[in-house]
Design a protein around this ligand. Structure first.
Ligand code: SAM
Length: 370
């Protein structure tokens, strides 16, 4: 299979480029908040050089610093189930993959993971999992209320896939603050190539608009380096972000998992993915943008370095060790072993950044909603 991203970012490995002035002019327009056209984004993604990328990263870092200074928000990630009914052709826990290590967390394990995270100082718990019918909305509401009773000022983020408007509303009413649901790809053609027929492009997007309407801080996002992904597809992703205006944006490389239908495709690249992170920062200056775990799989200190390219959130995995191995959505995920918070603090400290243990709402959220 062709690694299309090489074509998309066709000049990215060159030292200089005759197109550099134009690329930088588009970056400058984005910095100024000008609505750039699809054609301009495609041009940028096609002709950006290595040096232009450095220029882009500096701008992204400046904008991030304007709103969030040198702070890096922390979230405790808890993976509650690797059962999934969905047909994502790229995902190692998809219902299409045969595995004999499916697990779901019981109440006491979930609560002890939450307690440990709170003890370490986290003020946001991110509960993520496959679309597992065991976790009915009734059950989730019960869990959320228990957590909120114990930790009323902590934030709860869910990432449990597509639900009806009423289900999202009930979870919100129970105390969930944020919801992560990557749109995966804003190109209908590409979306349909990487998902089975039960996954409806329009449904995923309408879920995101439902979440916004209800009042969640919403996270959209996409993968970079998918097979057959073009510059136009990635431009669609950025334009969709502009349209939805999510509070959070999760962008990660596609990474191969050898038990999936896409096992023969190659993984996305680090540089390309962080270019998209930086562009997302320019398009949504105030967004919360995690340096995703997958970036750390591609390159040593890959997550940390992304914090100087527009990202401002880290989500260390606090799930029990056993589950870490089983929640293997892509190859080598378990290698992204999380350091202790002290080690992480030192690493980001060396980069001039500091871990921020507050709730970490999006810029302006408190004023707007309290
Ligand atoms: N079920 C929830 C959902 O659909 O949003 C959350 C769990 S899902 C496993 C979380 C994210 O993992 C997806 O949004 C997808 O982008 C990412 N993911 C899955 N497989 C991946 C792969 N092979 N490479 C990179 N990211 C992957």
């Amino acid at each position: 299979m062709v690694k299309i991203v090489e074509k998309v970012f066709s000049k990215v490995m060159q030292k200089t480029s005759a197109y550099s002035n134009n690329v930088r002019a588009i970056v400058d327009q984005l910095v100024e908040g000008v609505n750039v056209s699809r054609e301009d984004i495609v041009y940028l993604l096609t002709y950006i050089s290595n040096d232009d990328a450095v220029y882009l990263f500096e701008k992204a870092n400046e904008i991030k610093t304007r709103f969030y200074q040198n702070r890096v928000f922390l979230r405790a990630l808890i993976e509650i189930s690797n059962y999934c009914t969905r047909e994502c052709y790229y995902c190692g826990i998809s219902g299409l993959v045969s595995r004999n290590d499916r697990f779901r967390m019981d109440r006491s394990t979930l609560m002890s993971s939450i307690d440990q995270a709170a003890f370490k100082g986290y003020q946001t718990f991110v509960i993520q999992g496959g679309e597992d019918p065991f976790f009915t909305t009734d059950l989730l509401v019960e869990y959320i209320k228990t957590i909120k009773d114990k930790y009323p000022t902590h934030r709860i983020t869910l990432s449990l896939g597509e639900k009806t408007y009423q289900e999202y509303q009930r979870l919100f009413d129970a105390g969930v603050d944020r919801y992560l649901l990557r749109h995966e790809s804003a190109s209908k053609k590409l979306y349909n190539e990487i998902h089975g027929p039960s996954m409806i492009f329009e449904k995923r997007r309408s879920c995101l608009f439902d979440l916004k309407r209800i009042g969640y801080q919403v996270g959209a996002g996409f993968m970079v380096g998918l097979p057959n992904q073009t510059a136009d597809d990635l431009a669609s992703d950025l334009l969709f972000l502009k349209e939805l205006e999510p509070e959070m944006v999760g962008i990660g490389p596609y990474i191969v998992h050898d038990k999936t239908l896409m096992k023969n495709a190659s993984s996305g690249g680090y540089l390309e993915t962080t270019i998209m992170v930086a562009l997302a920062r320019l398009i949504l200056p105030k967004a919360l943008i995690p340096a995703t775990t997958a970036l750390g799989v591609l390159e040593p200190l890959g997550r940390e370095k992304a914090l100087l390219r527009g990202a401002n959130v880290l989500m260390p995995n606090v799930s029990p060790k056993d589950n870490l191995v089983k929640y293997e959505i892509y190859k080598n995920k378990t290698y992204a072993k999380d350091q202790t918070l002290d080690e992480l603090g030192v690493r980001v400290g060396e980069m001039g950044l500091t871990l921020d243990f507050s709730q970490g709402d999006v810029y302006g959220w408190r004023q707007q909603n309290d």
